[in-house]
Design a protein around this ligand. Structure first.
Ligand SMILES: *[C@@H]1O[C@H](CO)[C@@H](O)[C@H](O)[C@H]1NC(C)=O
Ligand SMILES: *[C@@H]1O[C@H](CO)[C@@H](O)[C@H](O)[C@H]1NC(C)=O
Ligand SMILES: *[C@@H]1O[C@H](CO)[C@@H](O)[C@H](O)[C@H]1NC(C)=O
Ligand SMILES: *[C@@H]1O[C@H](CO)[C@@H](O)[C@H](O)[C@H]1NC(C)=O
Length: 476
């Protein structure tokens, strides 16, 4: 079995390769060569040069943070994550009214679509989920070429009518784009669950008594169910981030339903609850994707656009070899500076799929926000929105946060003066709610967020991820 410590390095290498491979049609032989190389790589122990945090109350252990200057693509992997089961079936979550954890999830490939590819739409499951769209007005918008602004001039010209975030930063409806309260950071991590989420990130968050929102990919959920359980049982929020992590605006209605439906189902199978929120991969959402998400009981969440552009930590660029850790922290400091300039709080793009991005978070960015002057308050997105925690899951919800624009599902927060329909529909947030995001220039440069992650070849990234997932499926 490929050591799990190699996963992060491998994914980073794959991503990096994807970014530099202009054609994106790498053959399988080369892919397998890299897999083999990663498998052969020793799972090196901690370099020991970083700082080690003490175990904390809810943190289950210590973790090592490498010096910032050493955080760069290709750095040696840290200690192999311990993946021991912590929670057993029947364990009762702290979430009010939540069912006990279901029987242990056993991955059976026959029960699920292929990992990391857009699921087929002719399955009985997808046909059943399509009924959730009955009677709902789904805008008749043609799918984009590949979710990017640069490759689809026609869709780009219609970006405003489409409400296309990727191209111009358009948001609308009940999109959650920012925390209502100034200087509040709605912390989130995308693309897991992954081994380093548990080894380092959960320990850090526990030690610092912080909550976060995890936007999870269905293909990772069925691969690492125990890590999802650890996130959920520690009181963090779980949200849908699609099955295969491909751009949703490029898909048919049926494919979007399949992506969201299988991820909902995977989370429910592992945790016993179904999220009521989602985030589109790359932030690639338009009015059609929004309407389908809402019809399926999933309220869209995106990240904030500030005066200097979308609030992207750019951590993925370090994993992809495009930035150093030092450069990334500089970008993040600018982001914090911009966050002080807006009237609302904010939400950013940050990742827990790679060891590098987790190191940047637990070693640097989370600390930078907490020690900033003025200091930021860090909490999960549901909490910063003043949602009751039970409303974040279908099985426990008492208020429908999807079909309401209210940012406060209960009257629990009397201090949140800016809660209400205005802030949740984003009208107070810079660049939100139908307004153009600043930095909307022409061509590729106007792509928002982590668009570069999927370019030049979404398909190839999917192939690599599928191969990786196949190797790791059943690891836990
Ligand atoms: C939320 O508010 C926006 C703008 O005010 C409106 O267009 C949208 O339909 C509302 N959504 C819901 C689900 O009520
Ligand atoms: C806002 O962001 C821009 C772009 O990153 C940066 O140049 C600027 O210095 C930031 N502003 C503050 C106050 O940090
Ligand atoms: C909750 O807030 C709404 C709107 O401000 C108010 O009308 C209602 O009476 C409040 N309910 C309780 C139980 O305080
Ligand atoms: C913003 O983006 C849209 C879509 O690509 C484009 O049509 C428009 O010209 C851009 N606006 C500016 C000011 O660059």
């Amino acid at each position: 079995m490929l050591p799990v410590s190699a996963l992060s390095a491998l994914l980073a290498a794959s991503l990096s390769f994807d970014l530099v491979n202009a054609h994106g049609h790498d053959d399988h032989a080369q892919l397998h060569k890299r897999l083999a190389a990663a498998a052969a790589a020793p799972s090196s122990p901690a370099a020991g040069t970083g700082t080690t945090a003490a175990a904390g109350a809810a943190g289950t252990g210590s973790y090592t943070v490498p010096p910032l200057a050493s955080i760069t693509s290709g750095m040696p992997a840290g200690p192999t994550p311990t993946l021991a089961t912590t929670f057993t079936p029947g364990a009762v979550p702290s979430l009010s009214g939540a069912p006990p954890l279901p029987s242990a999830f056993v991955f059976n490939a026959a029960d699920w679509p292929a990992l990391d590819v857009i699921p087929p739409t002719d399955s009985a499951e997808v046909q059943e989920w399509m009924k959730e769209l009955d009677g709902v007005d789904i805008p008749n918008i043609t799918p984009t070429v590949d979710g990017s602004c640069a490759n689809d001039a026609q869709a780009a010209a219609q970006a405003q009518q489409r409400g296309w975030w990727t191209c111009g930063g358009y948001t609308s409806g009940n999109d959650i784009v920012a925390c209502p309260d100034k200087l509040t950071w709605g912390v989130s991590f995308d693309d897991g669950p992954a081994p380093y989420s548990k080894l380092k990130l959960l320990n850090y968050l526990g030690d610092h008594k912080l909550s976060a929102t995890f936007f999870v990919v269905g293909s990772r959920v069925v691969s690492f169910p125990q890590i999802l359980i650890a996130e959920y049982m520690a009181g963090h929020e779980i949200s849908v981030h699609t099955w295969s992590h491909h751009p949703l605006t490029a898909m048919t209605n049926e494919q979007i339903v399949a992506e969201l439906g299988w991820t909902r189902k995977a989370i429910q199978a592992v945790l016993g609850v179904t999220p009521t929120t989602m985030r589109a991969p790359f932030g690639d959402i338009d009015n059609r994707v929004r309407a389908i998400s809402n019809a399926m009981g999933l309220r869209p969440i995106i990240w904030t656009t500030g005066p200097g552009g979308p609030f992207d930590t750019n951590d993925w660029r370090v994993a992809g070899g495009l930035h150093t850790g030092v450069e990334q922290l500089g970008i993040f400091e600018s982001l914090l500076g911009n966050a002080t300039l807006i009237d609302t709080g904010f939400i950013v793009l940050e990742h827990d799929l790679f060891e590098i991005t987790v190191d940047l978070a637990v070693g640097y960015t989370l600390d930078a926000a907490q020690s900033h002057n003025p200091a930021f308050k860090l909490e999960s997105i549901g909490r910063c929105m003043n949602f009751a925690p039970n409303d974040l899951y279908k099985e426990t919800a008492t208020t429908d946060i999807v079909n309401s624009n209210s940012s406060s599902s209960s009257n629990s927060s009397s201090t949140s003066t800016s809660s209400g329909s205005k802030s949740s529909s984003g009208t107070k947030s810079t660049g939100a709610s139908g307004s153009k995001a600043s930095g909307n220039t022409t061509g590729a440069a106007s792509d928002n967020g982590a668009a570069g992650l999927r370019l030049p070849s979404t398909a190839f990234a999917g192939v690599v991820a599928a191969a990786v997932a196949a190797v790791f499926a059943g690891f836990l």
